[in-house]
Ligand binder design. Sequence first.
Ligand SMILES: Cc1cc2nc3c(=O)[nH]c(=O)nc-3n(C[C@H](O)[C@H](O)[C@H](O)COP(=O)(O)OP(=O)(O)OC[C@H]3O[C@@H](n4cnc5c(N)ncnc54)[C@H](O)[C@@H]3O)c2cc1C
Length: 333
Amino acid sequence: MTRAAPLPDSFRVAVVGAGISGLACASTLKARGARVVVYEASRRPGGRAATEVTPVGRFDYGAQYFTAESSDFESWVTAWRDDGLVERWTAQVIALEGGRTLDKTASAERYIVRDGMQALGRKLGADLDVRLDSAVASVGRRGSSWDLLDAGGRSLSHGGFDALVIAVPQPTELLRRAPELAQQASSIVWQPCWAVLLAFEPASGFEFGGVFVNDHPALSWATREDTKGPATGGIERWVLHATPRWSALHLNHGADEVAETLAQAFATRFNFGFRPTLLSARRWLTATPANPLKSPYLWDAGQKIGAVGDWCGGPRLEGAFLSGRALGHAIVA
Ligand SMILES: Cc1cc2nc3c(=O)[nH]c(=O)nc-3n(C[C@H](O)[C@H](O)[C@H](O)COP(=O)(O)OP(=O)(O)OC[C@H]3O[C@@H](n4cnc5c(N)ncnc54)[C@H](O)[C@@H]3O)c2cc1C
């Protein structure tokens, strides 16, 4: 395989979005010599690989775990395991469907991030120039370079970029200057998800750590978070995910009401009572792309603007990571 020459370090690339796809793209480019700046709207990197730390322990309320289907991603997972960042999640996983309980533990190798899923974003972003709290509202052209603007029309980019990568869900507006790319992005149907953080006593006594609830109108999945790290003094921690349909129907309901309803549904479905010590809900408006594109990324070589994400690479963490890396390689090829 012929290796492309390193880029001149004057080649500047902006990446919008510090989720797993944006960070993977940025680090691929940086490794090849580009000067990369990542702009992130929120106060933390990682995007939907998100962890909330509470007084009763951690909750991964976005991605719960990840799998590695391709050998390329598997080699990254091996390196992360060797570093102590990632480990196998060995909890029993079951599925409830059609009145039956199926054991799904061996259906996939599942991996978790030892310090919570968000630590993966922190790790990928550690050597990068990531500007947090920097929402990009629009992008413009200044000569042959790209300029990034905030909601007040102020430039965020101080000098412009040679190439621009949009790594956010629903990127249509930011791709406006590349209408073919924008059109493809706008074809994606996004499904929402309500996620509930629940801690309670007394112990449930359940043997499983994860359950696909395929027979319930509201619940789709529950994870026992305390199977993913050190136990926290007898309090059980769970994350409950609602189905896309239920989430869409209850999109504008209050978070407290949603948390109560889903906790009650969990108690009823599993036929046990508990006293919550923590109960709250988080809403993902763009949780899952229902119809991801077949191509791993979009790229307009003339204007040097592209897009990555799980809506290109496949609707999981692996897809997002590989999407970012693939465009990073394509830009420097
Ligand atoms: C509830 C839930 C459960 C999931 N479960 C799993 C699972 O079990 N296994 C699995 O593999 N995957 C799972 N996923 C999917 C996985 O989390 C995603 O596929 C992956 O994290 C997507 O990464 P991304 O980089 O494409 O997008 P994102 O993670 O969405 O990153 C986009 C980033 O862009 C930022 N951003 C958005 N707009 C702007 C802007 N205008 N300016 C600057 N920054 C901006 C956002 O704040 C975000 O940080 C789950 C997702 C959810 C929501």
